[in-house]
Ligand binder design. Structure first.
Ligand code: KIV
Length: 258
């Protein structure tokens, strides 16, 4: 059975860290699930790391549903969260329709939306409809250009206060967790201590309740953007190129097949 949002809250209450990675296809999702990830996020980073776009903006609901279906077929134990892509939740009706499709058609357990005050009607309608929602504040990639690019957010007192207020609003509306992206460590720690639901950090220091990374970044694929906070656990792009070159050489030289 898959983990539930209650299990994720219990982890925070017990002081256990929550592990999150993104996945976009069946084989990767199967490996993450079998390796014990708590949450698998079908992030709209899909657009940049798999579909070759320069940002997450062009990603469509069709893309998200297609990839969530593949992930859902593989996952037995992790909680599956799907990003609602840019433009898919700009009204309450669209948010409800698209979030329901993620759960009913694609097999996600929850959805993630970027923002707080501007989308509070959407968030509250989803949660009242029984759809588990993960929040996402700080650097919100769908609107990164209006935030001045992919930069650390909340560095001055005023913007830090705004992000703290956003976190409190998300908690009040009933999200089950909040992603804190690219904010200073102290601010992430303060939010984590202030709100009861779990915080999941990315570029937000070690004091959040859990951590998330984009799978292709931590596996060592050379992406379009390579954030400083990413730790590469393997250089898979180099390994794959080595294997492909070896195969090519052997076919050209007649060494394979024997
Ligand atoms: O789309 C994504 O992968 C995300 C993570 C960076 C949190 O939103």
């Amino acid at each position: 059975m898959r983990l539930t949002i209650k299990d994720i809250q219990i982890k925070k209450n017990r002081g256990q860290k929550i592990t999150v990675l993104t996945a976009y296809d069946y084989p990767m999702a199967k490996m993450l699930d079998e390796s014990g990830m708590d949450i698998i996020l079908v992030g709209d980073s899909l657009g940049m790391v798999v579909l070759g776009y320069d940002s997450t903006v062009p990603v469509t609901m069709r893309d998200m549903l297609h990839h969530t279906k593949a992930v859902s077929r593989a996952v037995k134990k992790s909680l599956v969260v799907t990003d609602l892509p840019f433009g898919s939740y700009d009204t309450v009706e669209r948010a409800l329709r698209n979030a329901k499709r993620c759960l009913k058609e694609a097999g996600a357990d929850a959805v993630k939306l970027e923002g707080a005050f501007q989308i509070q009607d959407q968030l509250s309608a989803l949660i009242q409809a029984g759809i588990p929602v993960m929040g996402h504040i700080g650097l919100t990639p769908q609107t990164a250009s209006s935030l001045g690019g992919h930069k650390v957010q909340g560095k001055d007192a005023e913007s830090a206060k705004k992000i703290l207020e956003e976190a409190k609003l998300l908690e009040k509306l009933g999200v089950f967790s909040v992603v804190l992206e690219c904010i200073p460590r102290d601010l992430a720690a303060q939010i984590t201590q202030t709100i009861k639901c779990p915080t999941i950090g990315i570029g937000a220091g070690p004091d959040t309740n859990g951590q998330v990374l984009v799978l292709h970044d931590m596996l060592g694929f050379e992406g379009k953007v390579s954030p400083k906070f990413v730790k590469k656990y393997v250089s898979l792009e180099q390994e794959i190129k080595k294997a492909v070159s070896a195969y090519r050489d052997e076919v050209l030289s007649g060494k394979f097949p024997l």
